[in-house]
Design a protein around this ligand. Structure first.
Ligand SMILES: NC(=O)CCC(=O)C(=O)O
Length: 263
């Protein structure tokens, strides 16, 4: 399976409208080159541009949804369109990821469960999601997480119990904590014997330099591909069957004692 992770530069100098159009054309350019395309977290505003969340929030089926659904069907790819600041008409804002099928249908929406910021930012401006989300593709089952979720292993274990084999994680991770990003991505892959496709942002927004370094890790913890610091399309080939062979040959997941799911 071939994936393209589009590590976007999210800089304040570019309007939301022009970035949305630029992203749609980058997705279209993946036609024939990738089966799965992944975008970062909150790329319309930037994950740390807290003051823009309310102003740029959209209903689920808003302008980003429309543009990304069309881009997915034009390109004929599975598109994890990163996340948007979603405005629920009956509730708060959410940090919501959207996944589209190659025909442009919404395959899944995931509201980020762990909100970042402690007593400010996303943690107070957005509501918390409550549901684990998986998406069945022809060759693998995706398990969805978003950025700060990466620090919470129980989420990924829950996704494994729900059938996930490939974790897809859009992020807006800062340069300051880049070492954690790489370490945690590899840890989630090794402990769950799953692929991790983690797509971050480049550039600087709200005064926070972004880490870039989007990364793809296999179920053995090997780094299959890693981006640099700037805007980049990280393309990777991976074999989804490696999840089953790793779990058969080194069946550590079967030795779980605590928190083991009862069938
Ligand atoms: N947008 C985020 O979730 C940022 C997470 C982060 O900076 C960290 O976990 O460190």
């Amino acid at each position: 399976m071939r994936a393209s992770l589009i590590q976007l530069a999210v800089d304040e100098g570019e309007s939301v409208e022009s970035r949305r159009a630029r992203v749609a054309s980058l997705v279209r350019e993946q036609a024939g080159a990738a089966e799965l395309v992944v975008l970062p977290e909150l790329w319309t505003t930037g994950a740390f541009a807290y003051e823009a969340f309310a102003a740029e929030a959209e209903p689920l089926e808003g302008p980003t949804y429309e543009a990304m659904a069309k881009a997915a069907s034009d390109a004929g790819v599975w598109l994890h369109a990163g996340s948007i600041p979603e405005r629920d008409p009956d509730g708060p804002l959410y940090n919501t990821s959207l996944v589209f099928s190659p025909s442009g249908e919404l395959a899944a929406a995931y509201r980020k469960i762990h909100r970042f910021g402690f007593d400010k930012g996303e943690a107070v401006l957005m509501g918390a999601g409550e549901e684990l989300v998986t998406v069945r593709l022809p060759d693998t089952t995706l398990g969805l997480g978003t950025c700060y979720d990466l620090r919470f292993p129980e989420l990924f274990r829950g996704l494994v119990d729900a059938g996930a084999e490939t974790f897809v994680l859009p992020a807006g991770w800062p340069e300051r904590r880049r070492a954690h990003w790489t370490l945690l991505a590899r840890a989630r892959a090794v402990e769950n014997q799953a692929f991790v496709l983690a797509c971050g942002t480049a550039g600087t927004h709200a005064g926070v330099p972004q880490a870039g370094h989007s990364i793809v890790v296999d179920p053995w913890g090997e780094v299959l591909a890693e981006a640099g610091h700037g805007e980049e399309i990280l393309r990777v080939d991976f074999d989804p069957a490696k999840v089953a062979t790793t779990r058969e040959q080194f069946p550590a997941l079967k030795d779980r004692v605590l928190g083991k799911r009862t069938p």
